[in-house]
Each structure stands twice: as structure tokens, then as C-alpha cells.
Design a binder for this molecule. Structure first.
Ligand SMILES: *[C@@H]1O[C@H](CO)[C@@H](O)[C@H](O)[C@H]1NC(C)=O
Ligand SMILES: *[C@@H]1O[C@H](CO)[C@@H](O)[C@H](O)[C@H]1NC(C)=O
Length: 209
């Protein structure tokens, strides 16, 4: 009996599902392979190369510019379980609180000084001013943030244990969303009109913009 239980456990471990790498995956039932892959005869060294981390992307309103090197921009990462991103920040620039639902992140400061941290599921904040050469770990799925608190532009590299870590911000999911206004009103204790004024910007609140 015990042996059967162990055998069952072993099979369960070996054949359990892989972690999801996308928000969802609608199966293509007539696909011949589970994950469509490039014909290996046609694969070259260039399929394992990515160029472009030597340049800064365009800065957004928050003073942040991201170059994402994930499976969408670098197809060779498919099934390899890793990805990375370069993020540049103007002085005062921020990565607004966000989560990567599918990955733990290791952040390496290349240049500059940042206030960085995360919030655990008991609402405890872990944060610190970090600088060039420092590395901070962001546990999988937790809300985290960065702010360039130095006087000059700064750069960080983020490494993820997913080919497609995903990124959700509250501005987009809660305020810019299709969430029923009754739900966000209850959550925030604010009326829809008040919520739409949050941050002094026009938000696409559940179609009420
Ligand atoms: C893969 O590419 C090679 C070389 O072009 C070709 O001979 C082979 O038929 C292709 N295999 C498949 C499964 O398409
Ligand atoms: C970045 O590297 C690529 C290829 O290695 C090169 O073509 C490009 O000119 C470089 N860009 C900058 C801004 O250095």
C-alpha cells in the first residue's frame, strides 16, 4: 500500500503540468506538436542571439524605458524558462508597483541609485536604497517597485525564471479595467467619480473614462 502511494506520488511529480508561461493557452486541437517549434534543420546561431540591450528604449511618462527580452522578442527562449529586461530610469523615474505573475526576478543595478522593494502577502514592505553592483531578489508574484533616487539616469537589468514573466500594474488592472465599478468602489471605498480622479489623470475606468 505504502509502495503504491509512493509510486503514485512519484508519477504525480514526474507528470505534473509545467507552470503556465502565458495567461492562457487555447489549445489548437489539430496541431501535430504540443509546442510548435522551428524546424531544427533551419535553426542557426542567430536563433540564439538577441541584439539591442546596448540601447535605451523610449521613456514613458513615469520616466522609465524598458527593453524586454522575452519569448515575444527573442523566440529562441521558448521552453528555456528564462528571460530578462533592461530598464532605464531618468532621475526621479519610477517602475510603478507591479507584479510578474509567472516569475521570480533578480535585479542587478548597472548604474545609479534606486529605492527598490516588494510587499509580501501579509502587507509587509521590504525596501532599501540600492546602488551599482547591488542585486535584489523579488519573490515570485509579489508587488514590487523601483524609484531612481539619484541625480542622474540609472539602469537595471532584471532576470526572470520564465520565458514570459508577464507584467500587471494596478493602474491598468484596477483603474483601467473592465472590472465592474461596484467591485472597485467596494475595494477602494471611493465612488467611481473619485476613482477616476486618482493620480490626477484621466483613467479609462470601466468604460467611464
Ligand atoms: C525541415 O527542413 C529540412 C531542410 O529544409 C527539410 O528537408 C525537412 O523536410 C523539414 N522537416 C519538416 C518536418 O518540415
Ligand atoms: C547595438 O548593437 C547592434 C548590434 O550589435 C548595433 O547594430 C547597434 O548599432 C548598436 N547600437 C548602439 C546604440 O550602440
Amino acid at each position: 500500500m505504502v509502495r503504491i502511494l509512493f509510486a503514485g506520488l512519484f508519477i504525480g511529480l514526474v507528470f505534473s503540468d509545467p507552470s503556465p508561461v502565458q495567461d492562457y493557452c487555447v489549445a489548437v486541437t489539430d496541431s501535430e506538436t504540443y509546442i510548435p517549434c522551428k524546424n531544427s534543420s533551419l535553426v542557426t546561431i542567430e536563433d540564439f542571439m538577441f541584439y539591442g540591450l546596448n540601447a535605451t528604449a523610449e521613456f514613458n511618462d513615469a520616466g522609465q524605458a524598458i527593453v524586454s527580452v522575452n519569448v515575444n522578442t527573442f523566440p529562441g527562449l521558448r521552453t528555456q524558462g528564462v528571460s530578462l529586461a533592461r530598464a532605464d530610469y531618468k532621475a526621479g523615474g519610477v517602475a510603478v508597483p507591479h507584479v510578474h505573475p509567472r516569475a521570480t526576478e533578480v535585479v542587478w543595478v548597472l548604474e545609479g541609485t534606486f529605492l527598490s522593494g516588494f510587499i509580501d502577502s501579509e502587507d509587509r514592505v521590504f525596501s532599501k536604497v540600492i546602488q551599482k553592483g547591488d542585486v535584489i531578489l523579488i519573490p515570485r508574484g509579489l508587488v514590487h517597485f523601483h524609484k531612481n533616487v539619484g541625480d542622474v539616469q540609472g539602469t537595471i537589468l532584471g532576470f526572470y525564471n520564465s520565458e514570459n514573466a508577464g507584467r500587471s500594474t494596478f493602474r491598468d488592472t484596477i483603474f483601467g479595467c473592465e472590472l465592474k465599478e461596484e467591485v472597485s468602489e467596494k475595494d477602494l471605498g471611493l465612488r467611481a467619480e473619485d476613482i477616476s480622479k486618482v493620480g490626477g489623470r484621466k483613467l479609462n475606468l470601466c468604460g467611464k473614462g
